[in-house]
Ligand binder design. Structure first.
Ligand code: 5RP
Length: 292
């Protein structure tokens, strides 16, 4: 209990050492409140400033994607090896035990499928349910230049507003329609736009040439999607180049869970993102782990 008298004099004020007011480690994120920064520090590792997110939200538009037919069998063994789980609330509640203590980036946009116009989405998860899922971030797809561009930008703005109210970061996902070129001009426009509209971090595709300019022109951290399954060396090279040119991490799905050995692939990607391994070194690691 606190006493009024007989206490040692307080003297460790270190008056010659100013309180550190250094910025927060993450690009564009130094003016947020504590809860927002705490959640961002769960997504991006403070020691490296980077992240390896495992994306397995494909089912919300594609149904039972190859490699995700049985998420309880195929995703659960991977969960401990990534930094963040990115998924729908259905996948989370039905397949992921709540004992991993991994941050969750919850897919909150919904409303379209591969059978119809993909850009016609809405916000499909209420904030109280995102909080019940203990989401560390909420992901919204934005279709810049597509038929429902206006609506999908509105979705991002709404989620970013709600996220700000509750200290939950928003991941803006630059969705590229079939007819759009994945070049630096388009991706530079889309990523910049999402950062300016309030996304705390942005997911996009790697492109060349010019990814360095896409990353530099975006005021918030960028993570790259992997896209369709590539040979392992190509996926690892893409991850290496993206990090080398300014990405703060990856949010990969098919190139992980469709690999011959998904855990080995995840570890190889981790070594690139957090340890600066070159693509060839990561491939050696992949092959060694695969053959063990
Ligand atoms: C869908 C997404 C997916 O999460 C994403 O595309 C990630 O996976 P992949 O690496 O398989 O492309 O955001 O729009």
């Amino acid at each position: 209990m606190a006493d009024q008298s007989g206490n040692k004099d307080a003297k460790s004020f270190a008056t010659d050492i100013p309180v550190a007011t250094d910025g927060y480690f993450l690009k564009g994120s130094c003016h947020y409140d504590w809860g927002m920064q705490d959640r961002l520090s769960r997504i991006f590792r403070p020691d490296t400033g980077k992240t390896v997110m495992l994306a397995f939200d494909h089912g919300y538009i594609m149904g039972p994607t190859s490699g995700l037919e049985r998420m309880d069998l195929q995703v659960v063994p991977l969960a401990e090896h990534c930094d963040v789980l990115m998924c729908t609330r259905g996948a989370l509640r039905t397949c992921i035990p709540p004992t991993f203590n991994k941050p969750v980036c919850l897919r909150v946009s919904a409303g379209a499928t591969i059978l119809r116009e993909l850009s016609d989405e809405l916000v499909g998860v209420a904030i109280d349910d995102a909080i019940r899922c203990n989401a560390s971030a909420m992901a919204v797809q934005v279709y810049v230049g597509a038929e429902y561009e206006h609506k999908s930008i509105g979705n991002l703005c709404k989620v970013a507003d709600t996220g700000m109210r509750h200290g939950i970061p928003t991941l803006g996902v630059t969705a590229v329609g079939k007819e759009m070129a994945r070049d630096s001009r388009y991706l530079g426009l889309a990523t910049r736009l999402l950062g300016e509209l309030g996304a705390q971090f942005v997911k996009t595709y790697y492109c060349e040439p010019g990814f360095d300019k896409v990353a530099a022109g975006c005021p918030v951290p960028i993570v790259i999607a992997g896209g369709k399954k590539l040979p392992e060396i190509e996926a690892l090279t893409m991850a290496y180049k993206a990090i080398d040119q300014g990405a703060s991490g990856v949010d990969m799905g098919r190139n992980i869970f469709q690999a011959d050995n998904p855990i080995a692939m995840l570890k190889a990607v981790m070594s690139i993102v957090h340890e600066g391994a070159k693509a060839e070194e990561a491939l050696d690691m992949y092959n060694t782990l695969k053959n063990e």
